[in-house]
Design a protein around this ligand. Structure first.
Ligand code: PLP
Length: 420
């Protein structure tokens, strides 16, 4: 099945100079199957309209497409369609939660929002492996409210160090925000254990699911998280669309950050009442074509099967790790056994940007830099790394081409030792 579905992705036929493309950068953004591209185009050709307010046929069709997107996403990650709020991306979704808590801490949102209010006596806990999108908003919230920011450290193997979990997440903790899967190391975190600790102390759990939802079966209801965020573009969908998922009673109590049209029940000159979720978080004209296309992407993922996608990528990840182990002068960051098919590494004597350019000259697309995780790179004593990340359309040939090119990097830059 996986060999066949490569044909669904037109971009895989693009050549990079003389070489075929081996796209190993899906951790940054995924490629799109033709059916997703078609839904996007067809929306503008046949259904384009503003949603919700129109009395005409096109508006009804556009509204159906938009609301069906929520149903599709709820089918993917659990919960009810009204628990799915559209945002611009995962970064915005995480900011909506952090800034909503900030507003609650300043007295906005009435009594219902006071459950979120933070002060200097409280703490927010994150981890050392967070993407900046799930780090900076919490740092800002701590600075704004006076709450203490704490974090779980990362071990040499690239896993969360749980030794001091009980003292780091304690009775002062109001928010515990962590990533399901590291975008650098590929490590899958033990969400159950982390949620259990949050429940013991009454903290809200915010899950960054950017690197899990596209790659493995994920059930937010089963995981019992309070809020979760991910981006459509990493899961075969278009750019410009993210999901904020939450428990209904929490979403309905969280003060919105963006206000204006389409999110109100009544407005007078001096006061406004907001709609319940999801509309309270969807001010202004919405990305309807993106939602329609994402619904198609979700259907595609479901048809292939997330269990199967997970197994396929783990197999590719294993090929990458085994192959890299044969190449001298390369240090892989982290060695967690529970992982997705993402591998970040440091090439001794060659800067990651040079590694990336050399691989590109062979048609292999990887990501280089700090991958928006500077503290994690500092933890491993590097400022940058090279990351290969797989998805359902990759195959063993992509891995072989990557490994052959990688083996040439140090000799090419003249840093390979005699006899290597
Ligand atoms: N969190 C993780 C773990 C990610 O990998 C990313 C993207 O790389 C993000 C958050 C931010 O996603 P976006 O840039 O789509 O908002």
């Amino acid at each position: 099945m996986f060999a066949r579905l490569r044909g669904d992705f037109p971009i895989l036929d693009v050549r990079i100079g003389e070489s075929p493309l081996s796209y190993l950068d899906s951790g940054a953004t995924s490629q799109k199957p033709q059916c997703v591209i078609d839904t996007f185009t067809e929306y503008f050709q046949q259904r384009n309209s503003a949603v919700h307010r129109g009395a005409h046929s096109l508006a009804v069709e556009a509204t159906d497409a938009f609301e069906n997107g929520r149903i599709a996403v709820a089918g993917l990650v659990g919960g009810k369609p009204e628990q799915v709020c559209w945002t611009k991306n995962a970064t915005e979704a995480l900011n909506v939660v952090a800034l909503g808590i900030d507003r609650a801490s300043r007295g906005f949102g009435g009594e219902a929002a006071q459950r979120f209010a933070l002060g200097p006596e409280d703490s927010i806990v994150i981890t050392e492996m967070e993407h900046h999108a799930n780090l900076v908003p919490w740092q800002q919230l701590a600075a704004s409210t006076g709450a203490q920011l704490r974090w779980l450290p990362v071990t040499d193997s690239g896993e969360l160090d749980m030794t001091d979990l009980e003292s780091i997440v304690d009775e002062t903790t109001k928010v515990f925000a962590f990533t399901h899967v590291s975008n650098v190391l590929g490590t899958i975190n033990p969400v159950d254990t982390l949620v259990a600790r949050a429940r013991e102390v009454g903290a809200y759990v915010v899950l960054d699911a950017c690197q899990s939802v596209p790659h493995m079966p994920v059930d937010f209801v089963g995981l019992d998280v309070d809020f979760a965020a991910f981006s459509a573009h990493k899961a075969l969908g278009p750019t410009g669309l993210g999901v904020l998922w939450g428990k209904s009673e929490l979403l309905d109590a969280l003060p919105p950050v963006l206000t204006g049209g389409s999110m109100i029940t009544t407005v007078s000159m001096d006061q406004t009442e907001f709609m319940p979720a999801p509309q309270r978080f969807e001010a202004g004209t919405q990305p309807v074509a993106e939602v329609a296309a994402f619904a198609t992407a979700v259907g595609y993922l479901a048809e292939v099967g997330l269990e199967e996608i997970f197994a396929h990528e783990r197999e590719l990840g294993r090929l990458l790790l085994d192959g890299i182990a044969e190449i001298p002068g390369i240090r892989v960051l982290g060695s967690a056994p529970e992982r997705i098919g993402t591998v970040a590494f440091d090439v001794d004597g060659v800067h990651a940007h040079d590694v990336g350019q050399f691989l590109d000259s062979q048609g292999v697309a990887v990501r280089v830099g700090h991958h928006c995780a500077q503290p994690l790179h500092r933890r491993f004593g590097v400022t940058a790394s090279t990351r290969a990340s797989t998805y359902l359309y990759n195959n063993a040939e992509d891995c072989d081409r990557f490994l052959s090119a990688l083996a040439e990097v140090r000799p090419f830059f003249g840093v390979a030792q005699e006899g290597e």
